[in-house]
Structures are given as C-alpha cells and as structure tokens.
Design a protein around this ligand. Structure first.
Ligand code: AHR
Length: 483
C-alpha cells in the first residue's frame, strides 16, 4: 500500500436525500429474462403463479424497489391488449422471434407484488398510439370504463394502481419500431401524456430522451409541463456481433465515471430549459455491458446460440462490480436530480442473477446491490475525497487517469448510523483510506445497543511471509492467526 486516500466528512452538511428507487431493475422480453428466467411454470422451483421462488427471494433480499417492464426495444411493437385474457403466441418484430405471450400485464403485476416492488410500465410509443397507451392506463388504474371492465373480467377487481409510466423507449433510434424525429416525438408525447393523465392524473410520467440539448428543447418546450421524469439509458461496453465480450479490466475501468458525465450533462440541459427541480432523471436502463442481440440492425432471424453467449457467467467479473458501485455512487452524488435507475436487466442476459434449472447464480453485480441496499442510508453527507490516481490504457488507445478510490458517505437520519461506500478501482493494489470528521463519540446505549460492536472479517495471508491489514480509524482490531 503506497499513498493513502483521505476522506473528509462534514457531518453537519447534508447534500441531499437519495430516492431508494435508484436501486431499481429492468426486465425485458428478451431471450431467457422472462421465460426460463423469472417465469418458469414448469420448473420445480416455481411457485403457484409460475414465478421462480429463488429469484423472488434474491430480489427481496436486495429490496428491489421498482421494476420497469416490458422493454426495451421489445415494447415498441408490443400489443398489450393481446397480452391479457386469452393469449396466443405472436411474432415479435423487435427481436425477430416468437413471443410465447403467457407473461403479460396481469403476470407482471403479480410478479411485482411477490417481489414487493413498484411496477413501472414502459408504454408502446412505436407501433402504439396515444389512445392505445391511455387504454393501458385505464386497464391498470381505473374503476370505470371498458378496459377496467376487462381487467375485472380477467379476475382483478381492484385496480393495479401502477404509479410510474414511461412514454416509449429509445424512439429516437432508427432501429426502433416507429422511430420518430424530435418534432414528431414532441407531438406524440404531448398527445399521449394528455390522454394518460386524463385517465389517471396521479400517475408519474417519464419520456424517452437522450442527453442532447436540441432534442430536449423541442420535446420539453412542447410538453415538459405534463411530465415528471426524463428517461435516459447507458451501456458502456459492447460485445461483438458474434457475442464476444470485452475482457480487459483497465479499458473498462477507464469508463467508470462516464455515467456521471451523462448525468451532469442532462442535469445542465434540464437547468438550461428551466426544468431543474421539476423533472427528475430516470436512468431507466443501465449496465456496464450492452447485451448481444445479433441481427437487430442487420435483419435476419434471431440467432439464439449467439444470444446464449450473454449467459456465460465468466463474462462478468470484479470490473462489473466496480463499475456498478461507481454508477450507484454517481447517482447518490446527484441525488437532487437522479430519482430512479433501473439495472438492465435483473435476470439472465447481462443481468445480476443467472438462472439455471436447479437454482441461481448471483453475479458480482448482485452483491453490489446487496451492499448498497442493505448498508447505505438515505442522507447523503457532504464529503471531500483526496485520492491518489493511476493511469489506465483505454480502448481507444489513449490513457486515462483514474482515481484509486471513490467514496460516498450516507447516514441514517433516525439512528445516525453511517454507511460509506468505498470503491477501490485498482485491480491489483489495496488502498488505505483515512476518514476524518465523524468524531470518536460512538457509544452503545439502550436504543442503539450495536453502535459499537465487533465485526469479524477474514483476511488471507496468501503465500507471503508478511502481509498488511487495513485498520479503520477509531477501531480496535484483534488479529487471530490460524495455522
Ligand atoms: O440491449 C438492450 C436494449 O438496449 C434494450 O432493449 C434497449 O432499450 C436498449 O437499446
């Protein structure tokens, strides 16, 4: 360990309050995410609704707050009315494959309820119309009307009350079904938002967007007053068409703060258009790795053997975990404007959980969610980090300086418990961190019996005859050595 990082904390200065929805997830009808992923009625691990019990338990453990569904690109040709009541399989034009269509709106709501997550429906603004989208709101949220009656006829007397809706998914992209120019998009969004909020004025509405000033100026000037969120997406590492994933560590870590650059850009765009404080960012698809979907742009039948390569678990390592932790730290740092984020996807493909017929594998990214959802808190405290940096060779042949350490300090306002998310970005070197500003006055009492307590940690000596151990500040460490 060479230089130390220093983290200065100002405990009296709260930068903001995080919205727990930044720990949300995304689920798309793609390959094994739904069928053979969360939904597998034939499996010995499925419950009475056909949902995998092991997946539900894993999602509960990371307190999944919100799930976005059904796409992604899939939604831009999704006929939601064919996905309730009587079902027939149909050809999915987004992924050029057959959609079994046994998992639709009713199943999604049941799944969210079992997980304990809020439903977030991304509506079809590709082949769909404002009327069709607002009918979907009626089906889910109303007591009266033709579509609400259909929901009741399908066995759901009480409205689902879906709180979050997005108009469209990446409709600016030429590969998307029903892609639109900014002008066309602004009109479409305005008409859809109007009809959706006429049906249920309590819903919160997001709009598919990009970090581009001109695009947002056109859309928000026309319809920003009807919206609550802007949706942005990001994937920073792309596989080849043959399904080969990037394996290097340095070139991936070089991108660890690019999500934050995107957040800052959108924040400035919202500010320049007068919407800061009125609209929040839903980073509603994100992952270090884009998934491999051959023939999406090039046409041709879906090649499932290439899609299978997304499910090779050795693709996902500590670089994924480090990138994920830096992403969540960035959301915490910008908690004034980032109110939701949805890891893409939650199950299989490049997701946090991998399912197989006899169980699940928790990929490295899952454990990052476990740490953040269970051990960080809602207040984000002001802090200043001074960290040594190191240079990495990036994929474009250039080199970048990357801080050795990233850190965010959070606190539980009720108990004053502090959770510091420390990310060591260096693949081979440990770093000590000196933490200043919290004082040494921690004590246990009747209402906080564990404020000072013993935590146990295993450290490996490896093969070396000497080794180093990090001792946190204000701590007493008793080291037991085992032969
Ligand atoms: O790679 C997955 C796709 O990425 C999603 O369907 C789409 O929304 C995004 O471009």
């Amino acid at each position: 360990m060479n230089q130390k990082a220093v983290l200065d904390i100002l405990p009296d200065h709260v930068d903001g309050t995080r919205d727990f929805m930044i720990f949300g997830h995304f689920l798309e009808h793609f390959h094994r995410q739904i069928y053979g992923g969360v939904y597998d009625p034939g499996s010995h691990l499925a419950d009475e609704n056909g949902f995998r019990r092991d997946v539900i338990d894993a999602l509960r453990r990371i307190k999944t707050p919100v799930i976005r569904w059904p796409g992604g690109c899939f939604v831009s040709a999704y006929p939601w009315k064919k996905g309730v009541g009587q079902r027939v399989p149909y050809f999915d034009k987004a992924w050029s494959t057959e959609e079994p269509n046994t998992f639709g709106t009713d199943e999604f709501i049941a799944f969210c309820r079992e997980v304990g997550a809020k439903p977030f429906i991304c509506a079809n603004a590709g082949t769909g119309s404002p009327e069709e989208i607002s009918d979907w709101v009626e089906y889910c949220n109303l007591d009266i009307g033709e579509w609400a009656a259909l929901r009741r006829a399908n066995g759901h007397e009480i409205p689902f009350k879906v709180p979050y809706w997005s108009i469209g998914n990446e409709n600016w992209g030429r590969g998307e079904m029903g892609a639109k120019t900014a002008e066309e998009w602004a009109r479409f969004v305005h008409e859809s938002a109007k009809m959706m909020k006429r049906v249920d004025h309590e819903i919160e509405l997001s709009v598919a967007s990009i970090p581009d000033l001109d695009w947002n100026a056109k859309v928000l000037r026309e319809t920003g007053d009807l919206l609550d969120w802007v949706s942005i997406h990001g994937y920073w590492s792309h596989s080849s068409h043959e399904g080969a994933f990037e394996s290097g560590y340095d070139n991936i870590i070089a991108r660890a703060f690019q999500p934050e650059e995107r957040i800052v850009k959108v924040k400035h765009i919202l500010g320049s258009l007068g919407y800061l404080g009125k609209l929040r960012i839903a980073f509603d698809e994100w992952n270090l790795r884009a998934w491999c979907h051959p023939h999406f742009i090039m046409f041709g039948p879906a090649d499932h053997s290439v899609m299978d390569r997304n499910d090779i678990n050795s693709n996902y390592n500590m670089a994924d975990a480090v990138f994920t932790a830096c992403f969540l730290n960035s959301c915490l740092r910008h908690c004034d404007v980032v109110g939701m984020a949805n890891f893409s996807p939650v199950v299989n493909t490049v997701g946090a959980i991998f399912t197989h017929k006899d169980g699940i594998v928790l990929r490295p990214t899952y454990h990052v969610f476990d740490l953040f959802t269970n051990h960080t808190f809602e207040e984000v405290l002001h802090s200043a980090l001074t960290s040594p940096s190191f240079t990495v060779e990036a994929e474009d042949g250039g080199s970048r300086s990357v801080p050795h350490l990233d850190a965010v300090v959070t606190r539980d306002s009720a108990s004053s418990k502090v959770g510091i998310s420390l990310v060591n970005l260096h693949g081979g070197r440990a770093i000590g961190c000196r933490i200043r500003g919290l004082g040494s006055a921690a004590y246990s009492d009747v209402d906080c019996p564990d404020a000072v307590s013993i935590t146990t940690r295993d450290v490996s000596m490896g093969d070396a005859s000497d080794f180093a151990v990090d001792c946190p500040p204000y701590s007493v460490t008793v080291l037991n050595l085992y032969p």
